[in-house]
Design a protein around this ligand. Structure first.
Ligand code: 5GP
Ligand code: ZN
Length: 112
């Protein structure tokens, strides 16, 4: 989609520190990390948010790959958080579906 920041990362127009990629999913480090580990998992296909998924597989893949990455990187024992924001009240700033993986510190709950 034109003018979508994350679509530009998918098609290589904007660089990103990629940590995982397959046909459907791309994961890269957040540019403004909120924890020692802060990675974004996105579908390569443009989808505005969790409110408009293509199908259950598309949503499931993001969470499965994020959990796999957390396990491989050694964060399963201490814990991690997966979160996705929809809309203004949740603070969504990029309107291309993404799941945040946060790990590496004690995370507060409830979030602000
Ligand atoms: P949201 O607030 O929409 O849930 O999350 C958007 C995330 O994208 C934020 O955590 C923000 O730091 C991140 N972000 C915004 N622009 C860029 C960018 O150009 N590159 C990367 N890697 N992350 C970005
Ligand atoms: Zn997009």
């Amino acid at each position: 989609m034109e003018n979508c920041l994350f679509c530009k990362i998918v098609n290589g127009e904007i660089p990103a520190a990629k940590v995982y990629e397959d046909d459907a999913v791309l994961a890269f480090k957040d540019i403004n990390p909120q924890a020692p580990v802060h990675v974004l998992f996105i579908p390569k296909q443009h989808v505005a948010s969790v409110a408009q998924p293509q199908d259950a597989t598309q949503l499931g893949e993001l969470f499965l790959h994020a959990a796999d990455y957390a396990r491989i990187e050694g964060h399963e024992a201490k814990g991690y958080r997966l979160v996705t924001n929809h809309g203004d009240d949740a603070g969504q700033t990029v309107h291309h579906l993404h799941v945040h993986l946060l790990a590496g510190r004690q995370l507060g709950w409830p979030p602000g």
